[in-house]
Design a protein around this ligand. Structure first.
Ligand SMILES: Nc1ncnc2c1ncn2[C@@H]1O[C@H](COP(=O)(O)OP(=O)(O)OP(=O)(O)O)[C@@H](O)[C@H]1O
Ligand SMILES: [Mg+2]
Length: 538
């Protein structure tokens, strides 16, 4: 079947023959339908559905302008090229205004120019239709984006809409997880589905390549925007098998998909995931559809990232709420503890001094006061002073102000060794005291102190590695132990009253001071606490 359906309405047989000869020569892919008058044309119009119409301006009983009116009323989208024996400029302008795509005068060069003009108008029509489809797709994506603030329903609706636009059996949205697996998060499918393999991307695959931007853009299956598409997957995968010798993920092939496309989902110039489309038939994904989804695919990217940010904000607000409640409680507990300590230590020493002094005043009255009896009070006063120093050191570590953070880190390690002699500690410090802002020093001190407290309290480790490194624009503190580790889910699932404050407050201290925090741990595999901040510009 030829690819262009051309209707020619021309009453003069000799003219039509010349036109036909020009078209057969210059545009062999055109199928020509000839009509001698407009009535004949309208009778078959719905049946032949022409891609383009060539019409003589002066036909018996109707002129070009009237013909254009009738075509508009019939809601035809086919471009119309008007031809005329003696053209005048005014009629040409009028015809173009009324919707004609071109207006050509039958001069000698007309037959030479005609095939090019037809081709151009068909191309324009395709571009116009593509732009309209693309606009409609963006519009429907925007509507979906506006409707949802939760990730699940948002992705589900996007997937369903993508499937509808592509007209394929399967459409899905994939986003990489922390391990780099490009996980299928939502899909819409018709007929046989797309069951997820247990670990679909432990092997290198096109999905991973697209997400990491690692595709060779010179390959014919890769578009300018970095999407992959094939309309004959069997052939593509056969070549892939030969080249990669089994070390390439061929999941789509096993499921029988013949037409496959993978289009990146962009957010602010970075790829955050991909749109995955597939069909069990060949040739279901023309480049046009791929570029349409690439174009409209900008909307899902920003919507997904907006929802991700909203969810992260919600989580952070919840954490902050929990933390501030716990902080108030901790503050109260701390006050009670200080009051008890002041009462039990300094308070009792001062009471002893007061009683002793009263006794000495009496002795003085009786003339029995001796130097030894006064001397005994000095050692009580000294122990009150020592207690006061200890309490102050707990409240604000003077060592941090006096000796600096780097020394204090070493000092805290020595304290841990004293409390847990079985633990061997290795330290790597590659930072200068002057590189670390004053406000960060107390933050790092508290995080480090809590990480070591946790090791002493929970880890049963015998080896700890500590590093504080300022390099490549980042100041990073890492505390790693080889202890029994813990299950993060089990800890976060604990009741509020049973939950410790340490991990949460380490995270909040880091994030409130502009850094990022992570804890990696699993049972039997030790624990890694990592806090990092962008290095301060000198
Ligand atoms: N280094 C570690 N090794 C093993 N388990 C750990 C380690 N760090 C934390 N945990 C586990 O994580 C839990 C939460 O730690 P977190 O510091 O938040 O609370 P806590 O130490 O129990 O109490 P708090 O810090 O408020 O005194 C601990 O109860 C412990 O089970
Ligand atoms: Mg703790």
């Amino acid at each position: 079947m030829k690819s262009i359906r051309l209707a020619v309405i021309e009453d003069e047989e000799s003219h039509f023959k010349l036109i036909r000869r020009a078209i057969v020569k210059g545009l062999p892919e055109a199928d020509i339908f000839h009509f001698r008058d407009v009535g004949e044309f309208f009778e078959s119009f719905q049946q032949i559905r022409p891609d383009i119409i060539l019409v003589d301006y002066q036909l018996p009983g109707i002129n070009g302008m009237e013909f254009l009116d009738r075509m508009r009323a019939a809601r035809s989208e086919a471009p119309i090229i008007m031809i005329t024996g003696q053209g005048d400029e005014q009629t040409a302008v009028q015809a173009m205004k009324a919707g004609a795509a071109d207006y050509m005068v039958k001069r000698p060069e007309f037959f030479l120019l005609l095939p090019g003009s037809i081709e151009r108008e068909i191309r324009r029509k395709k571009e116009r239709m593509w732009a309209e489809r693309s606009l409609r797709a963006s519009h429907s994506f925007l509507e979906i984006a506006n409707r949802h603030s939760a990730m699940g329903p948002l992705l589900d609706e996007f997937a369903a809409e993508i499937q509808r636009i592509a007209g394929c059996d399967f459409a899905g949205i994939r986003i990489p997880d922390d391990e780099g697996n490009v996980v299928l998060l939502a899909c819409a499918e018709q007929g046989e589905g797309f069951p997820e393999a247990p670990s679909p991307h432990s092997l290198p695959g096109m999905c991973v390549n697209i997400v990491t931007g690692a595709v060779d853009s010179r390959l014919p299956c890769i578009t300018k925007a970095g999407s992959f598409y094939t309309n004959d997957a069997t052939r593509f995968f056969a070549e892939m098998k030969e080249k990669m010798a089994g070390s390439f993920c061929l999941h789509c092939e096993r499921l029988g998909y013949k037409s496959i496309a993978l289009m990146p989902v962009w957010v602010k110039g970075a790829i955050m995931g991909l749109i995955h489309v597939g069909d069990h038939e060949k040739n279901k994904l023309p480049l046009e559809t791929v570029s349409l989804l690439e174009n409209a695919g900008m909307v899902p990217g920003s919507a997904i990232s907006r929802v991700q940010m909203g969810e992260a904000l919600g989580r952070s607000e919840k954490r902050l709420g929990f933390l501030s409640a716990r902080l108030l409680q901790a503050q109260e507990e701390e006050r009670k503890k200080i009051a008890r300590e002041v009462h039990d230590s300094i308070g009792s020493s001062l009471s002893a001094i007061k009683l002793g002094l009263q006794l000495r005043v009496d002795m003085l009255g009786k003339g029995a006061l001796t130097a030894e009896s006064l001397g005994a009070l000095v050692s009580v006063a000294q122990s009150a002073l020592d207690e006061a120093r200890r309490i102050m050191a707990d409240l604000r570590p003077a060592i941090l102000d006096d000796m600096g953070l780097l020394y204090t880190v070493t000092w805290l390690c020595a304290q841990l060794s004293r409390v847990c002699p079985r633990i061997r500690i290795e330290q790597v410090i590659e930072a200068e005291e002057s590189d670390i802002g004053e406000h960060l020093k107390i933050v790092i001190f508290r995080i480090f102190q809590e990480a070591l407290n946790n090791i002493a309290k929970h880890s049963l480790a015998d080896r700890v590695e500590v590093s504080l490194i300022n390099g490549q624009g980042t100041l990073e503190l890492i505390v790693r132990d080889n202890g029994r580790g813990f299950d993060g889910f089990a800890v976060s699932g604990k009741k509020k009253s049973e939950k410790g404050l340490g991990l949460t407050s380490m995270r909040e201290r880091t994030e409130l001071s502009g850094g990022s925090f992570s804890v990696k741990s699993s049972r039997g595999m030790g624990t890694i606490v990592r806090a990092s901040w962008p290095a301060e510009k000198g």
